[in-house]
Design a protein around this ligand. Structure first.
Ligand code: HAM
Length: 431
């Protein structure tokens, strides 16, 4: 029987023309992050499971239901479900937090969560994220939110709403937990089993349970904003005034609690209605307690991550342009095997000028070669036969206009080709 192995459910292959969409998003995000003073960090794809249990939190959906874990040689490892925990672990392990603060890192990485796949929700997905450690002031929150906003608008994405909330600090949250417990207590028998256990350990997690019954009950639950202590309330007010000062429109949405346990004070999401139910294209917030919890000094921190698949889906649905693929500049067609060495030399020479050059490597006849060069969208072609090689001159054909000019195959070749090709690409545009 023929092998018929397919990719796992909830994963994607990124092939052909789609890759330029990824390059567009990654380039835009990288450039913007650099403008805001963030440096790239690369961390392992898997970590000790305990890292996520301690940071993301034992009572979250991610840890309770969605992690891909293995036991290898008696140690439990987990494929990263997100990038914050690993990045902070790396900052600690590499002594980065003993250097000048704030430390500002960005990453582009794959994440793994065993969720029910649907449009914009995958089991392997990709995040661009930033983490900033060592700033406690609300101006840092505003700057990080501005970075997310900058990337989204530089990508040309429209129709996105910025929603912000504050979920307070452990001090104000203690009071809030009491109120939540009281609210859910008499609705206990309607809650799902997971939420029933959350009621004792972490009642705030009931607020983002995906079960329809729990979320219906949660609709009328008390909101944390009514329980903020003076410091958290002041922080939140200042953040709002900074955002207004930056002309960033936002709404305060007291229902945003985020699905991960490490958050404190500010939380935010950028949401669009253009990609269906999974419309959160970016989520983040402050996590002032996490670094200490992972064994470091008490250091405030914050960040966000955006889902690259969701950004691309939004751009596709909104008809936004992606970067053009430059494609093949020159295709060289040797008429027979004796012309191949010259074809290879010309290809080497013109490539050294930064052009994409291809020649026949499958032994096609001239007609089939021309068909192929058309298929790959070559801008120019050169046909090489005995005459061209002995005279040291060939015809350079512009495939768009059909125009042909003689070109010398000597050490002036690269210069001549460059000026003709660049004129063809940018002529008229640069004038
Ligand atoms: P998160 O909200 O879990 O936060 O994920 C961030 C973003 O990743 C989401 O807004 C969404 O765009 C994307 N995303 C999440 N799950 C999936 C999925 N199954 N399929 C496709 N895209 C998905 C975090 O991960 C935090 N670490 C963000 C953060 C960084 N907070 C502070 N620093």
């Amino acid at each position: 029987m023929a092998l018929n192995i397919k990719r796992p459910n909830g994963t994607e292959d990124i092939t052909g023309k789609n890759i330029r969409k990824w390059h567009t998003v990654e380039r835009t995000a990288r450039d913007a992050a650099a403008e805001f003073g963030f440096h790239e960090i690369r961390i392992p794809t898997f970590e000790n499971t305990e890292l996520f249990q301690r940071s993301v939190g034992e009572t979250t959906d991610v840890v309770q239901k969605e992690m891909y874990s293995v036991i290898a040689k008696e140690t439990k490892f987990t494929l990263r479900p997100e990038g914050t925990a690993g990045t902070i672990r790396a900052m600690l392990q590499n002594g980065m937090l003993n250097e000048a603060l704030p430390q500002k890192a960005f990453y582009i990485l794959s994440c793994f969560r065993h969720e029910r796949p649907q449009a914009g929700r995958l089991r392997e997905f990709h995040q661009f994220g930033v983490e900033m450690a060592g700033s406690k002031l609300p101006s840092a929150d505003a700057d990080v939110i501005l970075l997310a906003h900058t990337i989204i608008s530089q990508l040309g994405i429209k129709n996105v709403e910025l929603k912000i909330n504050s979920i307070g600090c452990p001090k104000c949250r203690a009071e809030y937990h009491k109120a939540l417990k009281a609210y859910f207590e008499d609705k206990k028998d309607q809650l799902c089993d997971t939420c029933l256990s959350r009621l004792e350990k972490n009642p705030m997690r009931i607020l983002d349970c995906k079960s329809p019954i729990c979320s219906e009950i949660a609709k009328d639950a008390p909101v944390i904003l009514d329980f903020l202590c003076e410091e958290c309330s002041d922080h939140f007010q200042k953040l709002q005034s900074y955002l207004t000062n930056l002309d960033l429109s936002f709404t305060v949405d007291p229902k945003i609690v985020r699905g991960l346990d490490y958050y404190t004070k500010t939380v935010f999401e950028f949401v669009t209605t253009d990609i269906g139910a999974q419309g959160t294209i970016c989520g983040g917030g402050r996590y002032d307690g996490l670094i200490k919890q992972l064994g470091g000094q008490d250091t405030p921190a914050l960040g966000f991550a955006m889902g690259l698949e969701r950004l691309i889906l939004t751009m596709e649905n909104q008809g936004v342009e992606f970067d053009e693929d430059l494609g093949c500049s020159l295709y060289i067609a040797p008429m027979d095997e004796s012309a191949v060495p010259t074809a290879m030399k010309i290809a080497k020479e013109i490539r050294s000028g930064g052009f994409n050059v291809e020649f026949d490597t499958v032994g096609r006849g001239l007609k089939a070669q021309m068909k192929y060069s058309d298929k790959i969208g070559a801008a120019f072609t050169i046909v090489l036969g005995d005459n061209e090689i002995s005279s040291g001159t060939a015809k350079l054909k512009n495939m768009k206009t059909g125009e042909q000019i003689d070109i010398k195959l000597d050490d002036t070749l690269l210069n001549t080709f460059s000026s003709i090709a660049l004129d063809d690409m940018f002529g008229g545009v640069l004038e």
